[in-house]
Design a protein around this ligand. Sequence first.
Ligand code: HGY
Ligand code: MN
Ligand code: MN
Length: 413
Amino acid sequence: MDERRAALRIDAHRLRNRFDALAEIGATGDGGVHRPALGTDHLRAREWFLAEAGAIGLDTRVDGAGNQSATLACGPADAPALLLGSHLDSVRHGGRFDGALGVLAALEALQVVKDAGVQLDTNLEAIDFTDEEGTHLGFLGSLAVSGAMTADELRRPGSGLEAFQAALADAGLTEASILGATRDPSMIAGYLELHIEQGSRLNVMTSDIGVVTAIVGLRRQNVTYVGRADHAGTISMTDRLDAGQGAAGLMLAARELVMTDFPDSVVNTGVIAFEPGAMNVVPERARLTLEFRAPVADDLARLGVALEEMVRAEARTRNLGVEIDEVDGIQPVQLDPRAQHALASAADRLGLSHVAMPSGAGHDAQVMARICPAGMIFVPSAGGFSHSAREFTEWDDCVNGANVLLQAAVGGL
Ligand code: HGY
Ligand code: MN
Ligand code: MN
């Protein structure tokens, strides 16, 4: 690589100013952010991103799925674009680093290349993907770009069709525009993402950078048990058709199944709701979310079968009805060796230690891997915390990650 490119570094102060400004949008006051996709504060963050990119002098565009891009014509006019990015949406009451760091590091990388007047073999594009966190549909934006989003899935959002369509309207999007956001893979040279690790392995291995080798697969379902509403004081304990007991029994049994038979997998219930939802009424309906993850496709499939048997066994045991609605899911993926090599070489050039590691979190990179060479790097998460206000990464680590992303981008895949 020529010396000028190798000498490029991000402007840490500028990145920090943007990071702190973005963290104020949807701030929860305890260090976290609440920016569920297409909600008020996420829309504000999206506008802020476009304004920042425009102020840098980058061309900006928003596609039919709401993915926002800032582009830099630093390569031949007909050259494909190397995409750098992540997501600005957050989980409910999440952390200020998840997704945001990757989007801002991408924007910073484009500004450094622009200001240096460096010409590359590809053009560069900083991209903010819509609804990575699945407030409505997980990886909505990247699935649309890859052409993998279907009309059927758009009719079954986890947030409910009415809430989803209202959110789309607020963002000026439609189901048709989402389905029309597919891009030509031949015009995408690759995708690179900087992200916080959201776990503790980098801390344990005392490594500066994680070069991601593979990303976990996951499935998400809504399970509803149906019993009978009764007076909580007068119906005998043995005569109850208690939907809440079905939900509770499933949660405990699912954990036991995974801990015993699927040691590399995880299962989580993050939402549970009873109807009619009164202290003195035996719950007639209990809806719980069931999300499970496995690093290899076969385990994900076997775990899905085992969990479905368990869901139905709980219903039989307690004389309850049960409905299982599949929300969304994604297969595990191996990331591109060339992208891994480009990221590891960039870390070497910067004198940073790095270790190859899989991801237990899902990321847009696993969707983009279907249509282009995709790679990811992690920087350490203090305490391994994420998806909460406790999420934190030392600023030096953020700067290291942003420089690795920049150097990998100018080095090419
Ligand atoms: O849930 C995940 O793994 C990611 O944060 N969307
Ligand atoms: Mn994320
Ligand atoms: Mn996340």
